[in-house]
Design a protein around this ligand. Structure first.
Ligand code: DAT
Ligand code: MG
Length: 168
């Protein structure tokens, strides 16, 4: 029995490596202030995604201008950068099959009003400018954002023992 289980788990690991994707998830200053760190992390854990990087930090406005560079022409950009630098955030890298897509589903739509109950933004947020969390919108931005927020040595490659119960 134990041997069968180990065999399934070890045959899985090479298949899993091939479909690995990473997303950058952040608990924003309002999420931290409102005590939502544990709640948000918990939803990613329960989904079956794997945490590969995490830090509690206060980002500078310069760093956030880089993070949100694509939005620099938007009228809300200066306010967004100021608010994001106003308090600590939790920066995280999560890994798994379709991690970017699942991350966006867990967090909900950009505007909480369009977010289904059961999503973070649908359950806990009201205004678009206080939507508690960030999630990468494509595998490419996931890679770019993780490189912006983490040094390579801050990311951990590890085998999660439940992987063979999450992936077939
Ligand atoms: P998302 O965070 O869902 O990827 P986005 O990348 O378009 O959304 O925008 C980044 C953040 O900027 C978003 O989480 C909240 C803020 N934002 C977006 N549109 C806004 C608007 N029209 N007014 C105020 N803030 C806005
Ligand atoms: Mg975005």
């Amino acid at each position: 029995m134990v041997c069968t289980f180990l065999a399934i788990c070890s045959s899985f690991s090479s298949a899993m490596a091939a479909q690995r994707e990473r997303t950058f998830i952040m608990v924003k200053p309002d999420g931290v202030q409102r005590g939502l760190i544990g709640e948000i992390i918990s939803r990613f854990e329960k989904k079956g995604l794997k945490l590969v990087g995490m830090k509690f930090m206060q980002a500078t406005e310069d760093h956030l201008r880089l993070h949100y560079a694509d939005l620099s022409s938007k009228p809300f950009f200066p306010g967004l950068v100021k608010y994001m630098a106003s308090g600590p955030v939790v920066a995280m890298a999560w890994e798994g099959s379709q991690a970017v897509k699942y991350g966006r589903i867990i967090l909900g739509e950009t505007h909480p009003a369009n977010s289904a109950m059961g999503t973070v933004r649908g359950d806990f947020c009201v205004d678009i400018g206080r939507n508690a969390c960030h999630g990468s919108d494509s595998p490419e931005s996931g890679k770019k954002e993780i490189e912006l927020w983490f040094k390579p040595e801050e990311l951990v490659s590890w085998g999660m023992s439940t992987d063979c119960w999450v992936y077939e």
